[in-house]
Design a protein around this ligand. Structure first.
Ligand SMILES: Nc1nc2c(ncn2[C@@H]2O[C@H](COP(=O)(O)OP(=O)(O)OP(=O)(O)O)[C@@H](O)[C@H]2O)c(=O)[nH]1
Length: 261
């Protein structure tokens, strides 16, 4: 679903109806270009996603789907991050704002077990805000992105966190992400500023690059690990801190140092 002429401007209306709506959307558009669940122009969803839309999905009771939503201003790189994680690919300079909301299912391995993430890519544009609010309530995790080369997107993070407080569950896992950390010379938001803001709101933080792949897998793996421990009720879940985990892991593979003016 993009602003591409070949796509419709419709959006899903309730999370219960999602799969039926997706099926309908695909059926209605079968004669057109394959619609993109992530809203990315030219992005072809993997076969497993199309299959999900073609068949009725019975959720495996042992394999709970963890609903994870990507949020943040338009253009910060939500779709790019998801596409990079899902396909390993990045399409530079191909910005086509997401229309509405779509999802991709991914299974990730955490300590020899499988964690199913249902990752929702939302439109950052203001005009879709009321639509995406409806999806917050049953989200298990939120990845909140800003663009390190766009100060406004960082300044808007407080407002996003306010919306999250209003519409999401109190125990939702939140990860603040400064994306485009490959853009050294164009950087306008220092890593320390992101870290400070995350600390203030007691949420995990990392910088990523959908372009170079820096920390992309880690962002989703950290979320999956936290969600798995919570679901298992394992006593270690109280000991596990997604913030500490991310800090330790990013020290091993962090973005190259960038300096602001
Ligand atoms: N250099 C660089 N460019 C990026 C990165 N991530 C995304 N971009 C570019 O930023 C632009 C916007 O990316 P999108 O992924 O479409 O942004 P979005 O947040 O999904 O935007 P909306 O769909 O409008 O909410 C595109 O031109 C991408 O190629 C990154 O990590 N580094």
């Amino acid at each position: 679903m993009t602003t591409d002429d070949s796509m419709d401007d419709d959006v899903f209306e309730s999370s219960e109806d999602t799969i039926a709506q997706a099926k309908l959307h695909i059926t209605q558009n079968a004669h057109k270009t394959v619609p993109s669940p992530t809203g990315y122009r030219d992005y072809k969803p993997p076969a497993e996603i199309l299959k999900l839309c073609e068949t009725d999905v019975i959720e495996d009771t042992n394999q709970r789907l963890h609903k994870t939503i990507l949020l943040g201003d338009s253009g910060v790189g939500k779709t790019s991050l998801l596409v990079k994680f899902d396909t390993g690919k990045f399409q530079p300079g191909n910005f086509s704002a997401t229309v509405g909301i779509g999802f991709t299912n991914k299974v990730v391995a955490v300590d020899n077990s499988r964690v199913k993430l249902q990752i929702w890519d939302t439109a950052g544009q203001e005009r879709f805000r009321s639509v995406t609010h409806a999806y917050y309530r049953d989200a298990h995790a939120l990845l909140l992105l800003y663009d390190v080369t766009n100060k406004t997107s960082f300044d808007n993070i407080r407002a996003w966190l306010g919306e999250i407080r209003e519409y999401a569950q109190d125990d939702v896992v939140i990860m603040l992400i400064g994306n485009k950390c490959d853009c050294g010379g164009d950087r306008l938001v220092r890593r320390e500023d992101g870290e400070r803001l995350a600390k203030e709101y007691n949420v995990a933080f990392m910088e990523t690059s959908a372009k170079n792949g820096i920390n992309v897998d880690l962002a989703f793996m950290a979320i999956a690990r936290e969600l798995k421990l919570r679901q298992s009720g394992n006593k270690d879940s109280n000991k596990f801190s997604v913030q500490d985990y991310v800090r330790e892991e990013t020290e091993k593979s962090s973005c190259p140092p960038c300096y602001t003016t």
